[in-house]
Ligand binder design. Structure first.
Ligand code: N0T
Length: 529
């Protein structure tokens, strides 16, 4: 008993992942945790900027902030460390009741070494840049330099040691190691030293993980050999840094990806080759087991590519976290697709009032108004975020944001089918007959989330969409009815019924509007014959 009382809370349960049946749960303070995240802009990692960060985090209604910590700021001179920024950041995060995900900007930040200290980026003898195929020197550092890896790792481990000693309340719950690693404009390092390594056999660990034959990179992987070689070495480099950090303080860690086209062929000379793009997730798994997952940064605006990316990264061996997404209002609807995929988190990028907006990747401005649709969506799940995470892990969840063409979307719930319709009148009409009915303004932010509660009961919530249910195959031919539709609120760890919906609210489908409403529906059939 005494040891239980004396043991610090973190010794009992550091933030960690649990997985079963191909589903994943993020656990913080011993409880399921859903990351409703804000990501700050790139240069907001200084104490004087934080007063422009917290208001935006609160306007978004986030529970978590991703914010950079740069190698150049913690080790400005070799061997001299300064963690005063982290001290201020963590203090203020606690005051604001926001958890932190630190973004370690070091060897790779959007592939470049710009965030490395000057003693690194200006010394290319000691920290070499890679060679392109034509023999010229790339802007990017090579992953094959032991010297660079050791230097980055030393700084990272110092940071993890500092966190372990100073962040006793675990305000920092996760660390992103590097940012969008890879190389633009060169598929790999073509220096003589790299070429010699390239001519070696593919490592046995990778051969076994992927279940492929043995041989050199081109022999085993054909035209993909160059890219896969680069991915293997970058992933190994990041994985070694993550493992060393976790050996001193075991927080969850991940790497994020600048994406390649998720549907059409795209050659690696036109994206960040060697980064955790969807085609090399297996290589990252084999090379970097210290990473809990790799995650997509999604700035594609169309729903086909957006949801294809989600399908690629939500895997039995990879929890889905959308580590960045555009903050333009039309990205807000993807909240429903992301959490419908059982994601552990979502993060609009550039959530602060420092005066920068990354349009046209994201929105033209960052303001309380521009954040409003994202905030509205966060406010749906925030009151029961942990319970949603538990349902996604132990049961099943679905979601559908408004597609570009506004067409209905079907959710296959097993025994039942849910049809989600957008931009319709309250009685399920696309066009209203008769005269003088104003045209509807299609709602930008629209979508539905559904969670299985068991025994033909489902939780349903969302905005600006209608939901109809039908019996699926096994119940085909039977008449449908609601046993009950209850509007509920989450209070003290359980659902409390506010009222029953019936009549106009249910007879033509369930109409979700701009109101924040959560329903618990129980589905039933009757014999029609
Ligand atoms: C993202 C963000 C930040 C010529 C962009 C997306 C963030 C990084 N990168 O605002 O820089 O740190 O992860 C890369 C997309 C590049 C498109 C450039 C087109």
């Amino acid at each position: 008993l005494l040891t239980a009382i004396m043991a610090p809370a973190w010794a009992q349960s550091l933030p960690h992942f649990e997985s079963h049946d191909g589903k994943h749960l993020f656990v913080v303070d011993g409880e399921p945790y859903l990351m409703l995240t804000a990501q700050a802009n790139n240069s907001s990692n200084y104490p004087d900027m934080l007063e422009k960060v917290w208001p935006a985090v609160h306007d978004l209604g986030a529970n978590t902030l991703q914010i950079p910590v740069a190698w150049e700021q913690v080790e400005p001179e070799e061997g001299r460390f300064d963690f005063s920024y982290l001290e201020t950041l963590i203090d203020e995060a606690r005051e604001n009741e926001i958890r932190l995900v630190l973004l370690w900007f070091a060897t790779w930040k959007n592939t470049s070494p710009n965030y490395t200290p000057e003693w690194v980026k200006l010394d290319n003898e000691r920290f070499p840049r890679l060679k392109k195929k034509d023999g010229t020197t790339s802007y990017a550092l090579t992953p094959l330099s032991r010297e660079t890896l050791e230097a980055d790792k030393r700084a990272f481990v110092r940071m993890m040691e500092w966190l372990k000693r100073n962040d006793r309340e675990q305000t920092v719950i996760m660390v992103q190691v590097q940012n969008e690693p890879g190389t633009y404009s060169s598929v790999r390092d073509y220096s003589d030293a790299a070429q010699a390594v390239f001519e070696d056999a593919v490592p046995q660990k990778l051969v076994e993980h992927l279940g492929v034959g043995t041989g050199t990179w081109p022999q085993v992987f054909g035209a993909d050999g160059d890219e896969f070689f680069h991915a293997w070495h970058i992933a190994s480099y990041i994985g070694e840094i993550a493992a060393a950090g976790r050996a001193v303080y075991d927080l969850p860690m991940y790497a994020n990806a600048a994406l390649k086209d998720p549907i059409n062929d795209q050659g690696p000379e036109s994206y960040a080759s060697g980064g955790p793009t969807h085609n090399v997730i297996g290589i990252y798994k084999a090379a970097a087991p210290a990473l809990d997952f790799v995650s997509p940064d999604i700035y594609m605006r169309d729903d086909l590519r957006y949801t294809a990316v989600l399908d690629h990264y939500a895997r039995p061996d990879n929890p889905l976290f959308v580590s960045e997404t555009g903050n333009a209002p039309d990205f807000a609807r993807y909240f429903f697709d992301v959490f419908g995929h059982g994601a552990i988190g979502f993060a609009p990028f550039g959530t602060d009032y420092t005066g920068y907006a990354n349009y046209p990747l994201g929105g033209k401005e960052v303001s309380p108004e521009s954040l409003q649709p994202f905030a509205a969506n966060y406010s749906l799940l925030a009151p029961f975020a942990g319970e949603w995470a538990r349902l996604a892990y132990e049961r099943q969840v679905w979601g559908a944001g408004r597609p570009d063409d506004n067409a209905p979307r079907i959710l296959d719930l097993g025994p039942w089918r849910a049809t989600v319709e957008f931009d319709q009148w309250q009685f399920g009409e696309d066009e209203w007959w008769g005269d003088d009915v104003e045209r509807r303004e299609p709602a930008v932010n629209a979508g539905i989330l559904v969670a299985d509660l068991g025994e033909n009961a489902y939780l349903v919530t969302g905005y600006n969409a209608r939901v109809r249910f039908d019996p699926a195959e096994e119940l085909e031919g039977r008449g449908f009815l609601f046993a009950s539709v209850e509007e509920v609120v989450w209070e003290d760890g359980e659902w409390r019924m506010v009222r029953r919906w019936n009549g106009d609210q249910t007879d033509y489908g369930l109409n979700f509007t701009d109101e924040r409403q959560i329903l618990r529906v129980r589905l039933a059939t009757y014999d029609e014959n």
